[in-house]
Design a protein around this ligand. Structure first.
Ligand SMILES: Nc1ncnc2c1ncn2[C@@H]1O[C@H](COP(=O)(O)OP(=O)(O)OP(=O)(O)O)[C@@H](O)[C@H]1O
Length: 676
């Protein structure tokens, strides 16, 4: 959210100015406010009829602001850059404290000199100039160190968020979309950093200034003596009551800002939809529709921001009215109680008290209400900081080497969390053959990929055990498990950059020779040489398939080679034949057969011909159960099982006569004109 930081209360004369009657002697402490609340303005609780939406994964209606959490997150952040933080806070505190004190020094000095027969204006001018220069230099240093400290903390916070985000499991990522995560790391973290820093810095940077102000205010309180007790009580009452009402009112503003955040999250998602595959959007001629959706979202963001700004302004005006109300009360008092010959200075003295009383209180109120307004932005940041990976190393897990590359499912029952329903796997058991190829076959949505996810502990089953090398899966650390059990997904992750960089992603110290060896082994090296003879490892790979130098099939073979660089003991392949041409498929069969002499391969595959050619064993899954198991040829011969059914269906697929097609008329083409 790009709302400007809240400045401190405007136009307050410096504390301590009243006694000497010399307000504004010092230049304004520029640096003193440098570290001031960079937050958005006031608001209060987050309860009540909440705005729709919110972060899908995070609680909504939003949690009320928690000072305990804010403090914990702030301490965590300060620990990331303790020196810059302490330096900036110390300097800001010095500037804040020096201003009122130095004025008091000047005032006292003047009085003393006057007592000895008058101050020498030359010395006064010199002293004033020296103090002014000191404050200016300190203010500039404070600004510089504060910026440094802010940047250091922001870098640390962003790195921490990125790190946590990657450690969180599929349950979290199913709830918070990629574009929303980008928004949290890019935008929210800056606001959160600033506010969290202020929470720790406030007692020093602002607190010191307020204490010194209070000190001189106490000194000046003698002026109150002329005011009757009732008026004093009324004045003090107003000073307490008005901020309290303002704090309550700020709840409305807080909710409005929660709505802004929700609208911005929705906008981030909408933008993510367009930027994920812009070429696809173009080919679908969906440009107009996408632009309209984006424009509508932006309108909603704008409307929410306007609403929030209006409410914030109203509450701020109310809080700002404190000094006007106090002044009015004092004027009314003066009108009725002052004698005609009361000197006008007495009235002025009274009125000058108002900003001194109101200023520090208003500053404190502004600080706390600013926290409430920023809470909707800080909360998602904090939730990621606090979020625990759903799957962690079990107590007693060790960095184990697989004794044997065997995998076994024993009475596995599983449904996806959090509901754990419907049941996807219902008490399934199977011992996968070591150093052989097993294909899991079943209809769409039958649970094939779920088995693969359980084998690498992306989820834990609700019942039964997964055993690897005869040991329970959770006796391995996740790191040692995933080093030995390597997955090749259907759409492997490719980073933008060179081919080499994509190998370094999984093995930082990989050598060119190692990369070339695995690329040769999967049979893609010659093709890469043809694409870029002078340096195949420098071939640029793009994130989106179909937009770079490599074809879809080549990308998959490169990804298989990359999986092999880790020398896995067990290889999990999700639809390995997808996108590989006929010639490369034969090559792939040969490569996998060759690999199976030393690696256990478990694959999910729809292409029954590929399965028949490559697999030693087929496991068929239907309705959450393993319904048949055996060598592919044996299953085809037995003819009474799901695999044989699939093979027959595949044969029949070339003849479509047996299929009944519902002939629903297609909608008229857009823009077509019917001829009568
Ligand atoms: N993260 C998830 N949360 C909830 N349900 C899920 C999740 N992932 C998959 N499912 C559901 O679990 C069932 C099995 O999914 P799975 O991906 O294992 O099927 P599959 O056999 O691999 O399907 P396909 O061949 O179409 O890829 C499906 O009904 C699917 O909707």
């Amino acid at each position: 959210m790009g709302d400007p930081p809240l400045a401190g209360p405007p136009g307050l004369p410096p504390a301590g100015a009243l006694k000497g009657g010399a307000p504004g002697m010092m230049p304004p402490p520029g640096g003193a406010k440098g570290g001031a609340p960079g937050m958005m303005p006031p608001a209060g609780g987050m309860k009540g009829p909440g705005a729709p939406g919110g972060f899908p994964g995070l609680p909504f209606p939003p949690e009320p602001m928690s000072f305990k959490k804010l403090l914990r997150w702030a301490l965590l952040l300060a620990k990331a850059a303790p020196l810059p933080f302490l330096g900036s806070v110390g300097l800001a505190a010095l500037v804040n404290a020096l201003t009122p004190y130095s004025q008091q020094v000047l005032v006292s000095l003047t009085s003393a000199l006057e007592g000895k027969g008058g101050a020498d204006p030359k010395w006064m001018a010199l002293l004033y100039a020296i103090l002014a220069v000191v404050v200016i230099l300190l203010s500039m240093a404070s600004k510089l160190v504060t910026t440094w400290s802010n940047e250091k903390m922001l870098v640390a916070l962003r790195a921490l968020l990125h790190d946590r985000m990657l450690l969180l499991g599929p349950i979290f990522h199913a709830k918070v979309s990629g574009p929303q995560l980008v928004q949290i790391v890019n935008n929210f973290s800056a606001g959160a950093q600033f506010t969290l820093r202020e929470i720790l810095a406030y007692p020093l940077t602002r607190g010191v200034g307020m204490v010194t102000a209070g000190f001189f205010l106490a000194d000046n309180l003698a002026a109150f003596e002329s005011i009757p007790p009732l008026i004093r009580i009324v004045l003090l009452g107003l000073v307490v009551v008005i901020p309290l009402i303002g704090w309550k009112l700020s709840g409305i503003v807080g909710r409005a800002f929660e709505q802004v955040r929700a609208e911005e999250a929705a906008f981030a998602d909408e933008l993510g939809n367009s930027t994920a595959q812009p070429v696809e959007v173009q080919l679908m001629r969906a440009h107009g529709q996408r632009s309209r959706s984006i424009a509508e979202r932006l309108q909603s963001v704008m409307a929410a921001k306007l609403r929030a700004t209006l409410r914030r302004e109203a509450v701020q005006q109310f809080q700002g009215s404190m000094s006007t109300i106090l002044t009015t009360v004092l004027l009314i008092y003066a009108a009725f109680s002052f004698e005609p010959n009361t000197p006008i200075g007495a009235l002025l003295g009274l009125l000058l008290m108002v900003p001194l009383v109101v200023g520090p209180i208003q500053e404190l109120v502004t600080f706390f209400t600013g926290l409430s307004v920023n809470w909707p932005m800080i909360r998602p940041v904090g939730e990621i900081i606090d979020a625990e990976p759903e799957i962690k190393d079990a107590p007693g897990a060790r960095d184990l080497a697989l004794a044997e590359p065997t995998a076994e499912l024993s009475e596995i029952t599983f449904g996806y969390p959090p509901a754990k329903a419907p049941v996807i796997l219902n008490g399934v058991s199977h011992r996968f053959r070591a150093e052989a190829i097993t294909a899991i076959v079943g209809g769409s949505g039958s649970g094939k990929s779920s088995i693969m996810r359980l084998l690498v502990r992306l989820y834990d089953p609700q019942g039964g055990k997964v055993l690897l090398g005869g040991q329970a899966l959770d006796s391995y650390t996740l790191d040692s498990l995933r080093r030995q059990v390597v997955t090749l997904s259907q759409f492997p992750l490719m980073l933008s950059g060179s081919l080499r960089r994509n190998f370094e992603l999984v093995k930082a110290e990989v050598t060119d020779d190692e990369i070339i060896a695995v690329l040769r082994r999967v049979g893609v090296w010659d093709a890469l040489l043809r694409i870029r003879p002078e340096g195949p490892l420098e071939i640029t790979v793009t994130q989106a398939a179909g937009t770079g130098t490599l074809s879809g099939g080549q990308r998959r073979l490169v990804a298989l080679a990359r999986a092999l660089i880790l020398a896995p003991r067990i290889l999990l392949l999700d639809e390995p034949s997808t996108g590989v041409d006929v010639e490369s498929t034969s090559r792939l069969v040969a490569v996998l057969r060759d690999l199976a002499r030393e690696v256990t391969i478990i694959m999910v595959e729809h292409d029954v011909d590929f399965v028949t050619a490559v697999a030693d064993e087929v496991v068929c899954i239907e309705n959450g159960k393993f319904v048949s198991t055996g060598a592919p040829q044996a299953l085809i011969a037995a003819d009474d099982n799901l695999f044989a059914r699939f093979v027959k269906a595949r044969r029949r697929a070339t003849s479509t006569d047996h299929l009944e097609i519902e002939r629903v008329p297609l909608p008229a083409a857009a823009g077509s004109t019917k001829k009568g």
